[in-house]
Write a protein that binds this ligand. Structure first.
Ligand SMILES: [Zn+2]
Ligand SMILES: [Zn+2]
Length: 114
């Protein structure tokens, strides 16, 4: 590794995370989230959720767990597996529907509620 001199596109010496979105062709540093909101490690997640809410998609490197009901249009996307699983279980319990729980790391969706 050569010592960096001159302007660097992604060389920020602090530990402020950067989020990129290829769909928006933009990137953001999360200083505001870290310093003002005190979110720590949740900053990326909070940003991703906000991004999704306002643009309809998640930024790069963020793959949500998707709970998708097979019987009705209900479904959620959660960055936290436990949260997606809880939704799937609860939905299945109350409606008797089978919910598919999907994530990029899985080959096949898990079926919840059978
Ligand atoms: Zn975007
Ligand atoms: Zn359902």
């Amino acid at each position: 590794m050569a010592p960096s001199d001159g302007p660097s596109r992604d060389g920020d010496p602090t530990n402020v995370p950067t989020v990129r979105c290829s769909q928006c062709e933009d990137s953001w540093t999360l200083e505001h989230e870290l310093e003002d909101l005190g979110l720590g490690n949740d900053a990326v997640e909070a940003f991703a959720i906000d991004h999704r809410e306002h643009t309809g998609h998640f930024p790069d490197d963020v793959t949500p767990w998707v709970a998708d009901c097979r019987r009705c249009p209900d479904g959620v996307e959660r960055l936290d597996e436990a949260a997606a699983r809880r939704w799937a279980r609860t939905h299945a319990r109350h409606t008797d529907h089978v919910v598919a729980l999907e994530h990029d790391s899985r080959d096949d969706p898990e079926r919840v509620g059978e």
